[in-house]
Design a protein. Structure first.
Length: 434
């Protein structure tokens, strides 16, 4: 049964992956057609075609390798300086440029002269190339909101999980009391596991972060505490101790290895599944987007540890880069977890949402062959033309993105090598959540 559920989780992730890719390409397709660009192909996947059907002037299909997708637009690159495709060259770099230019004009038909991608205004080309990643962002935000507001996420609550017996500086990294340690204010006040905070020093407590901030802000003070115990409200009184506690960042998260002097009550909060309101959801998503952007920027620095995890005896860190195979395995693990089905579904939706967020950020990198590289080329062309117009100089014409194809091949090669490394690590030493 466990194996069957694991396979089911992988299949469900594959479906989510294919939908995310199709959704991404739909953004490119719809905006390209909106601006009159001819699109001969819309494909989900790479490699041999499994299924296709032509509707109008576009062939829609699914290919065998579900690791990406594409739409093919006529005239992605401008012709050569003479207005035609340039002759073949013995230079490998020039050959790359000419091959890319030739591919951009495949299936050129009479009347397509006015339907070429490069002939569209730069702002239209930016919209076409941005629409794909933007669709992933829309899907990620929608899925995150469904989980945050509909299912809730596991977090610390205002319910007491356990009560400390004494005051111990968190920087000491111990949990055993010494004879010289003073009694914890929570224990002295009579706080018990299972109590739910109603108010602290006259302020109603709605969340753990709010309660934690109130405690930290009142060192040395005698404060009234109202808790719900057995269906009744009970008022307790505690003198908040002064202690070394873990530092929190602006988002309320603990900063590892840093401590501050603040108020201390002496209890641990119970965790639970808590639904978020819209503002809390926006804050949570903003934090995740920032973390994801930072993770992408930090990818080069994670390669040595990833290599050690794949070919050595190094551990696979929880925040290690993970590819499609690794994410599919996580999907399988989610299906086998001994948790309520609603939480399994929430975790699965979160996984697909995180995948779409990564697709958005990764594709926005200003490098060819990514969408961000084409966006950068269109913006540079717009800048050149506007500067020339301002200085009353001749129009420099379209920016020839094809000249950057040698760089694009180098970037693509690096991406392929990194993808293979991640794939090997995902197979031999996968990230595990259980």
């Amino acid at each position: 049964m466990t194996t069957l559920m694991f396979i089911l989780g992988i299949v469900l992730f594959a479906v989510g992956l294919l939908f995310s890719i199709a959704w991404h390409e739909l953004g490119h397709l719809s905006t390209a057609k909106l601006f009159g660009i001819r699109v001969p192909q819309y494909m989900v996947g790479f490699g041999p075609t499994l299924f296709s059907r032509r509707k109008g002037e576009t062939e829609y299909g699914i290919k065998a390798i579900p690791f990406g997708g594409y739409i093919r637009m006529i005239g992605m690159f401008p012709p050569g300086p003479d207005g035609r495709l340039e002759a073949r060259s013995t230079s490998p770099w020039r050959g790359m440029i000419e091959d890319a230019r030739s591919a951009a004009f495949e299936e050129l038909r009479p009347g397509d002269e006015t339907r070429l991608f490069y002939t569209r205004a730069p702002w239209k080309r930016v919209i076409v190339m941005f629409a794909g990643p933007f669709m992933n962002l829309i899907l990620a935000v929608a899925l995150f909101l469904i989980v945050l507001m509909g299912f809730g996420i596991t977090q610390q609550t205002t319910t007491v999980g356990s009560v400390s017996k004494c005051v111990i500086s968190q920087s000491e990294n111990r949990d055993t009391c010494k004879g010289s340690d003073p009694a914890a204010p929570a224990a002295a006040a009579g706080l018990k596991a299972g109590d739910r905070f109603v108010s602290f020093n006259g302020v109603r407590t709605e969340s753990w972060n709010q309660l934690s901030d109130l405690i930290r802000a009142n060192p040395g003070k005698d404060v009234p505490i109202v808790v719900e115990r057995g269906g009744e409200e009970v008022t307790l009184h505690a003198k908040i101790a002064t202690n070394q506690v873990a530092k929190k960042d602006a988002g309320g998260r603990i900063v590892e290895g840093e401590y501050v002097t603040a108020g201390f009550l002496g209890f641990s909060a119970a965790t639970g599944v808590v639904k978020q309101d819209f503002d809390e959801s926006l804050t949570w998503m903003g934090d995740r987007i920032g973390e994801a952007a930072h993770s992408i920027a930090a990818l080069p620095g994670k390669v040595p540890a990833l290599w050690d995890a794949a070919f050595g005896d190094g551990p696979r860190e929880p925040d290690s880069p993970m590819g499609v195979v690794g994410a599919a395995r996580v999907g399988g693990e989610i299906a086998t977890l001994d948790i309520p089905p609603t939480q399994q579904l929430a975790m699965f939706v979160m996984l697909v949402a995180g995948f779409n967020l990564s697709l958005f950020l990764f594709n926005m990198l200003p490098l060819l062959p990514l969408d961000g590289g084409h966006i950068a080329g269109a913006l540079w062309e717009s800048l050149r033309r506007n500067v020339a117009k301002l200085l009353r100089r001749p129009d420099p014409g379209p920016f020839d993105v094809a000249k950057l194809m040698p760089v694009a091949y180098v970037v693509a090669g690096i991406f392929i090598c990194f993808t293979i490394l991640v794939l090997i690590a995902d197979v031999v030493n996968p990230v595990r959540i259980s």
